[in-house]
Design a protein around this ligand. Sequence first.
Ligand code: ADP
Ligand code: ZN
Length: 743
Amino acid sequence: MTSAPGLLDHLFPEEAKPRSSQSPAVVPVLVPLPTARPYSYAVPDGMDVAPGSIVQVPLGPRQVAGIVWDGATDGVDPKKLRPITHAFDCPIIDEGMRRFIDWVADYTLSPPGLVARMALRAPAAFDPEPFIEGLARTGLEPERLTGARRRVLDASVDAPAWSRSGLAHAAGVSTSVVDGLVKLGAFEAVRLPPPPVVARPDPGFGGADLSADQRAAADSLVDRVRMGGFSATLLEGVTGSGKTEVYFEAVAAAIAAGGQVLILLPEIALTQAFIDRFHARFGAPPAEWHSDMPPRIREKVWRQVAEGEVQVVAGARSALFLPFPKLALIVVDEEHDPAYKQEERTFYHARDMAVVRASLGGFPAILASATPSIESRVNASAGRYGHVRLAGRYAEAAMPTLRLVDLRRHPPARGRFVSPILHTAIAETIARGEQALLFLNRRGYAPLTLCRVCGHRFQCSECSTWLVDHRLRGQLQCHHCGFSVRRPEHCPDCGTFDHLVACGPGVERIAEEMLDTFPDARTILLSSDMAGGPRRLRRELDAIADGEADIVIGTQLVAKGHHFPKMTLVGAIDADLGLSNGDPRAAERTFQLLHQVTGRAGRTGLASRGLIQTFQPEHPVMQAIASGEATRFYDREIAERERAGLPPFGRLASIVVSAATRKEAEDHARALKSAAGEDEAIEVLGPAEAPLAVLRGRHRFRLLFQGSRRSPMQAFLRAVIAAAPKPRGTVEVQIDIDPQSFL
Ligand code: ADP
Ligand code: ZN
């Protein structure tokens, strides 16, 4: 008769459909598989689930953990659906996190299930941690007490409940004394909640006396935290300017207000020194999150983050997918670092996704770097990001004096790689009891081995790459697939013995040269593939910081963040190494790396220098490094990007097609090209054989998509994939939005 109820329904939907406390009969569940959409499951009677609940569901013959998702199901009859097996007793994956998973899936063109899988990385944590057995006083006081028993009762007043061994330890007695008191009825068994993985950080515990410059920077970051709401701020300052001290103030403000904080770090190798500093500042360490953690600890961290118990996590990029319920700040340290890009399964850039998570969650993000990415620099100068700068090094620490060594005019001796100028500088440095660092971004002994008689080159059987000589292991190794063979004594082609030559240097070869030329010096070689793994690496870094080495030789691993008080000389063996690889970010990366590595010198006020060996001293990157004029370099590089329509002024995406045969890969790449429609804002380049033409036995072709800043890249790629034939046989297609690698 009248339309009024309908109108009311529209205006007050909440009132019209009172929320039932009962779960719907059917819910969508996102399972951790490459599916495009959630699957529908029936909710058994009496089970209570809501969007975000973690549940176990049958999938074919298996049981998998999934997340109850939002939105309607297809209206299928619940009787035809398989029921949810189990609802875990676990905090829900909250709305902000669910929108983040959807957003990342949509942006990276990944199946949402695969993104959700990153949030479900600790299956054993979905059930609550078990309580532990403890003891509490009953109030009963036994009449005759031995001294030992008296001590136990006295010690016990410090806490409401104790573990049996903890109490014995606190009282300085054996556990049998405690057992005796239990028998007498002085203590009773209680169940204690599981202990926290880390103690609560105290925002007021430590803290440096900030300089005026640092204070101003910290205040402006703290303001953003206090104001709440989304913002992104670039914190820029040379190495050693105190960026960490400064953003710690923002962290303190966030946790003082009861929020959780995520600090992203690019390398595990960096974390120990960082954890120690955090501990000194906040009286407790942050929880760690990275791939090198024991599963038990991982599960505890996941669970306690989800419960809001852990306040601060310091972690690798995957920590972005932890289910924080009260996230109030993300700090991305060394925001320019390429390690933030994940290039497997879901291709995502953790720095960019951190900013997205902050915007979806409505809180600030801080990006810290001495050498910001061009992207962040442009965002800051366009006003999209705030820009907070620290002018110089903290206190008396001066930047190293930098000098280019022209290898054409000052060549090393035959078979050597250290020029006479650098050699002299090393000698002077170690004679003063200081440390020298030699940097070469290449693992192993030599990048190529060939036969002097027939010219045979040792190549990987699975990849189009040369095998790298690793003398310390007696192996030739492929750095792309891990293939290795014993280092042979004769040429497999012509059979000649003892005529294999190593071409070019890797860090092992530089270490050998140092042992030869400075036999009395203590040298340490650092590289990510070192025997002993991260633990050994941490020990070696500590040893260097304690002055237990004279000469350190290392890959980019040593470039980052470390604080070596006695390091006063840094030599870059081959500064040109990354410049000629066809990567649009080659100049930027080289600049960042050289700046970071020379920044290891002179952090405590000793006069220091950096010597940069190059064949191209006139190159803009070398000029910028030597003159210390970072601004000029950035201006020039930004102008060049703008002219070429490269990020952040334009957009890039790549598709790599791989297959067991070259023909299959090429055919499918061509089919994708043909399927690409016309879009005036997007240009399709290729397909072309990838620079790394064969990887792990698979042939590779690349397509590059270049578009204007506002081009509908994702929609365009979706249309291409939909219009092209489905990959058949061995063909695989990898989509990379905002690619960082062009190999
Ligand atoms: P960055 O992160 O910019 O490289 P850091 O925060 O690591 O700089 O600071 C470099 C060194 O100077 C560290 O050892 C740090 O403890 C010290 N430092 C920086 N600011 C202060 C300060 N205000 N008071 C005391 N020490 C400081
Ligand atoms: Zn290989």
